[in-house]
Design a protein around this ligand. Structure first.
Ligand code: CTP
Ligand code: CA
Length: 226
């Protein structure tokens, strides 16, 4: 009964979820990445699937087992993820950007392993595409959900990101807080929309956060939307 009710909440909806941390190569054996495990994004994909959605999961580097019953696309770099996501955006009704996308990548990707010839080495970095901001610009009726990983002034930064990237909902977590963020199986998040704080949940499993988040999104979809 409960399962059935949940199943119907996102029946037939096309949902795209990104997960994991992108990897930006310096040379064949070295790279820049971050602490994302992919667990939050995977849990979101799972929750959406269990609510009847047709889920596309675009995953960078992850440490967890990806869910079954979803379309899995691997995209290692920020640019590969941008391409994979933008290419599918027009077909989607809901997009949840849980991935930790690198903000910078090495300007040069060396074909051969760098040798330690110098005493000091400068690796020059350049900005990557801000995928979420691009989705915000190209939005045509999609319900767009961003994440924000902060260590301080969570509300201010979260509201700023929500507006700057034209998101409908923003999930903020304080990654400096114990039990929240990249590591582990739990998270502590706040939800914001254009009107401000929507919800502030206690320490929950990522699966529980994902279920609540997808229920919240389902409730916010415009009535009668395809
Ligand atoms: N994001 C993205 N593309 C990037 C960087 C971030 O799509 N190149 C997305 C993330 O997936 C997340 C949201 O933007 O949904 C916020 O990421 P975050 O790192 O918190 O914010 P930034 O805008 O990158 O700002 P900063 O790192 O300076 O806080
Ligand atoms: Ca960032």
């Amino acid at each position: 009964e409960r399962l059935l009710g949940r199943r119907q909440l996102l029946a037939g909806k096309r949902v795209l979820v990104t997960a994991g941390g992108t990897v930006e190569r310096i040379d064949p054996v070295r790279y820049l990445t971050n602490d994302s495990s992919g667990r939050m994004g995977f849990a979101i994909a799972e929750a959406a699937r269990d609510m009847g959605a047709q889920v596309t999961l675009v995953a960078a580097r992850t440490q967890a087992q990806p869910p079954t019953g979803v379309e899995l696309i691997r995209a290692e770099t920020a640019e590969a993820m941008a391409e994979a996501v933008l290419q599918r955006y027009a077909q989607m009704e809901i997009v949840v950007k849980a991935a930790a996308v690198a903000d910078y990548r090495p300007v040069q990707r060396h074909a051969q392993k760098l040798k330690k010839t110098e005493e000091r080495l400068v690796v020059e970095l350049e900005r990557t595409t801000d995928i979420l901001a691009e989705l915000g610009r190209r939005k045509r009726g999609q319900y767009l959900v961003g994440f924000a990983a902060e260590t301080n002034d969570v509300e201010r930064h979260a509201l700023d990101k929500l507006k700057r990237k034209n998101c409908d909902l923003l999930v903020a977590n304080n990654v400096a807080e114990a039990g929240a963020g990249f590591h582990g199986e739990t998270n502590i998040v706040q939800l914001y929309d254009g009107g401000g704080l929507v919800a502030s949940w206690p320490l929950l499993s990522k699966r529980e956060v994902a279920e609540r988040l997808m229920q919240e999104i389902a409730a916010r979809l415009p009535a009668g939307a395809a």
